[in-house]
Ligand binder design. Sequence first.
Ligand SMILES: [Zn+2]
Length: 328
Amino acid sequence: MTGEDFHMSRRLILIILAAGIMTILGACHSNGVSDTSTVLTEPIETDITGGEFKVLMPKGFVQAGQLVEIELDRKDIDFEIESLNERLLVDGKSLRLPDDAITGERFRFLVLSENKRIEAEIMVANTLTATLLEDGKVSNPNALDVVINKSRSLPEDYAPEDLVTVQVPTCLPNPEIRQLRKEASEALFNMFEAAKKDDIYLVARSGYRSYLTQVSLYDGYVNNYGQEYADKYSALPGQSEHQTGLAMDITAESVGLQLEDSFGDTNEGQWVNAHAHEYGFIIRYPEGMESITGYLYEPWHLRYLGVELASLVWESGLTLEEYFETLE
Ligand SMILES: [Zn+2]
């Protein structure tokens, strides 16, 4: 098993010895092929037992781009692997996770021998430790599950390649900030449309921000209010989630199209709190979590993670940082 894409720390080597959530087809047909499934929702350390042999799965989760070697406990039994997901490639006795696999994504595969098959599932977790370089920059700036905060920066020259102008009502003229990455933009549109059906009218205010835009924003705060204030209310260049193209500040007429805490108490804010994850967004900076996220309450700041991961985070009740901690 190799990890050429990875920054090889000792922690990471442990992660590379990783596996995930597995499904076992246990009972047998007349031809010996099993058909009963059991889903284990926690990563397990040991083997999948299937009678004549066990599949030795690595421990923990797997990451994007990882090559996962599959072994049996009996070396005398030959077997093949068959992927049940077109994004999961088989390379001999190994599985290659896609480079753009995101945390929470699950991949199923079969281990087949002459008279038996075992179905298994692995779950991806691009952990915080595995995606942080020594200089404090993230190794996965383009990943939909990238985590950016005051200790995890984007490269200065990072700009998403798939920015599009959002197709929802906006209130600021600057064309740059009306953009999001394509997938996030489509999800935002779907969310705004769903809100309308509930008589909730949302307005997008500020989305993508380039590194240079963040430089001028931050410098403006420093010049007008001083360093301390700037650090509290503005992200340092490279540390703004808006540079990912996956964050959008939203508002509503009920708060004068401004970004303020009271948005969280409005019908619009309540609707977003209850439904954003269904469209792949989370409220990134919940109330009272400043010590973990680095930011005060921002009921308006939405972060796109995809429906799967956003739902996992929302259901956990944790901040994004805390959720990722559970995957280490
Ligand atoms: Zn924001």
